[in-house]
Ligand binder design. Structure first.
Ligand SMILES: NC(=O)c1ccc[n+]([C@@H]2O[C@H](COP(=O)([O-])OP(=O)(O)OC[C@H]3O[C@@H](n4cnc5c(N)ncnc54)[C@H](O)[C@@H]3O)[C@@H](O)[C@H]2O)c1
Length: 283
């Protein structure tokens, strides 16, 4: 999809990958970008960068966990930009630790931001996109964790990212003729994600600082978020469903595919049932 002259909204754009996406959309000729974040000062700083490029930019304090906040974001975006065609549901958080040690609040916080946040964005903007009748695009930030589990200690985060892929998969089947969908599946990116605890609300556990070890890993191995932004723009322009940052993700997909294929072959050695014996409406 062409990005030039389009109205764009990016959540979690005050930092990291979201900022990278916002900058890249501006470079691709976006008409304007709404920079939505729960940290308004950071959103304002990114808007200054966008304006320095000559792109209209508006900061917006938005908590993607709350559907009313995302509705307000959509209203503001249409009011300020005139029209909106591209939404990047990117805000996300992580809490690390052994799987069985996760607290109810760890789970709830990550699901509220990573999953409810993505759903809130898809629903609020998706309804408006359908009503406008013009071509639109939604890019949801998942992770390579959406297609496999490359590391231990992030079980609750992994589950949220599978859900992000699930929504995009289901929505494209339902609405794909009117709205395009992409799923960004980054590998390790050098951002502030390991300090995600800075934004953890008191009612969902207390704020926490990321470990130095995790910081060092991101700095040593992480791709730059500006590069990710360019990959997202290219993915939207070329209308890709999956947008990858690291080719090694192929191993995760192949492992899942092989495991699925081999288990089906073991359990159904005579192959698929003839068509007339399949459940109607099911594959
Ligand atoms: N950094 C990585 O290695 C990596 C890898 C795969 C996927 N991701 C995903 O990329 C996305 C962006 O993360 P990042 O790495 O740039 O981290 P980041 O912490 O630099 O940026 C995340 C942004 O989301 C904002 N945010 C947090 N809670 C919010 C809320 N409730 N409402 C609105 N905004 C909120 C933060 O203020 C921050 O600006 C996330 O969805 C993350 O899961 C990151």
């Amino acid at each position: 999809m062409e990005i030039r002259q389009k109205g764009c909204v990016v959540t979690g754009a005050g930092s990291g990958i979201g900022r990278g996406i916002a900058l890249a959309l501006a470079d691709a000729g976006a008409r304007g970008v709404v920079v939505a974040d729960v940290q308004l000062d950071r959103a304002e700083a990114v808007c200054s960068e966008l304006e320095a490029k000559g792109t209209m930019a508006r900061p917006f304090l938005c908590d993607v966990r709350r559907s009313e906040s995302v509705e307000q974001l959509a209203e503001m975006a249409w009011r300020e930009l005139g029209h909106v065609e591209i939404l990047c549901n990117n805000a996300g958080v992580i809490a690390t630790g052994a799987g069985f040690d996760a607290t109810d609040d760890d789970l709830r916080w990550q699901f509220e931001v990573n999953v409810y946040g993505v759903f809130n964005g898809c629903r609020a903007f998706g309804r408006r996109f359908l009503a406008s009748g013009t071509k639109a695009w939604i890019c949801n930030t998942a992770s390579h964790h959406a297609v496999g589990t490359p590391t231990k200690g992030v079980a609750t985060y992994v589950a949220t990212k599978h859900a992000v892929l699930g929504f995009a998969d289901a929505f494209r089947l339902e609405y794909g003729e009117s709205i395009g969908f992409s799923v960004l599946c980054p590998g390790i990116i050098n951002t502030d994600l390991w300090d995600a605890g800075r934004n953890r609300p008191a009612e969902l556990g207390s704020a926490f600082e990321g470990s130095d070890q995790n910081h060092a890993a991101l700095e040593a191995y992480g791709m730059s978020p500006e590069t990710v932004g360019k990959l997202v723009v290219k993915g939207i322009q070329t209308e890709e469903f999956f947008i990858w940052t690291h080719p090694y993700s192929m191993e995760l997909i192949e492992k899942r595919y092989r495991e699925g294929r081999d288990s089906i072959q073991r359990q159904w050695p005579d192959g698929p049932l003839p068509m007339h014996k399949r459940t109607p409406g099911k594959v």
